[in-house]
Design a protein around this ligand. Structure first.
Ligand code: B12
Length: 267
């Protein structure tokens, strides 16, 4: 078990501006903490035989940009984060390979085009479940992994490695406050109200919305992560008052700014 390697990885990620780093033991997938859980073929040891540890990196989705969604601004942020995550995960895998620990990265999404998801709405690996096992956060009713820092507003990527690195444990406290704002705000009513942790998402409706927005150059949707009250980022951006999203009355200037952004660069 290498605590020294863990430290080196965290240091390297910090140099890249990545503060959110977690470690999950590949064995932990074999003991499902809840159901449904990714089937066997979707687990790290099946995808990359010899895998001992999964390293998860996360980058925050900047709340004021997300608030303009659906917009070209959020679309650009999404693309930017995706590119950074993939690049850093690849570099980290190469760093570990250089040290003699066979490693591969898993891209942050893993599908050719959103239309494909209508028939088969799964990727070959779930980063959310890796982040959960690494102790970075807990699942919310919106089906997202919530963290203390950003609620559901971060994107993840993972690295599979044969190195044995001390891992985290799932967080005990549930971060979702079950306010049901995500259920009410979903533009296509794709989120069902069920008991934690079995978030019920209508993947066909959710994917359909994404396909529509893509044609207008303003995907992804992101409304269910915008309206989540969890996350320290709300303090920094002075967005603790959730009434902001109910209409223009609370902050007419801000509302005007969002409408302005939505008018340009997309259909
Ligand atoms: C496919 C996908 C979508 C699709 C389908 C969405 C949906 N609701 O399923 C679309 C394009 C619509 C979409 C939308 C969104 N997504 Co998305 N998406 C993914 C993707 C690529 C794969 C998810 C997956 O297949 N996991 C693998 C399966 C095994 O897990 P699962 O779907 O959770 O399946 C569970 C159950 O369904 C159950 N199950 C029951 N029966 C069956 C049968 C089979 C065969 C299987 C396999 C499983 C299964 O078992 C599983 C375990 O609990 C991941 C990236 C990734 N590779 O992890 C991002 C990801 C989950 N998305 C993300 C985000 C942020 C979003 C959006 C907010 C859009 C945005 N970017 O602004 C919305 C939110 C939608 C929502 N509330 O769920 C983030 C989540 C980050 C976080 N904080 O949790 C991820 C992790 C991307 C990333 N790299 O960060 N997404």
């Amino acid at each position: 078990m290498s605590a020294d390697l863990r430290r080196k990885i965290i240091e390297r990620c910090r140099e890249w501006g990545i503060e959110m780093v977690g470690f999950a033991s590949a064995d932990d997938w074999d003991d499902p903490p809840f159901e449904p859980w990714p089937p066997e073929q979707f687990r790290p040891k099946a995808i990359f035989p010899g895998c001992r540890t999964v390293i998860v990196l996360g980058l925050p989705v900047t709340l004021p940009i997300l608030e303009t969604s659906p917009s070209i601004w959020y679309q650009e942020l999404y693309k930017n984060l995706n590119a950074q995550l993939d690049e850093r995960a690849y570099q980290l895998s190469q760093f570990l390979n250089g040290l003699g620990h066979a490693s591969v990265y898993v891209p942050r999404d893993g599908y050719g085009t959103v239309e494909l998801l209508k028939e088969n709405p799964y990727a070959f690996f779930s980063h959310r479940h890796a982040a959960y096992l690494a102790g970075l956060g807990t699942f919310g009713i919106n089906n997202m992994l919530l963290t203390r820092e950003y609620g559901p507003r971060q994107r993840f990527v993972s690295v599979f490695t044969t190195a044995e690195i001390p891992s985290g444990r799932p967080m005990e406290k549930q971060l979702c406050v079950r306010c049901m704002r995500c259920i009410k705000a979903c533009p296509v009513q794709a989120i069902g109200d069920v008991e934690y942790p079995k978030a019920s998402i209508d993947k066909v409706k959710c994917t359909g919305r994404s396909i529509d927005l893509k044609k207008k150059y303003r995907s992804p949707c992101g409304i269910c992560i915008k309206v989540c009250p969890v996350g320290e980022d709300r303090k920094l951006f002075r967005r603790k008052d959730m009434g902001l999203y109910d209409g223009p009355e609370k902050d007419p200037e801000l509302f005007k700014a969002w409408e302005h952004v939505r008018k340009y660069g997309s259909l």
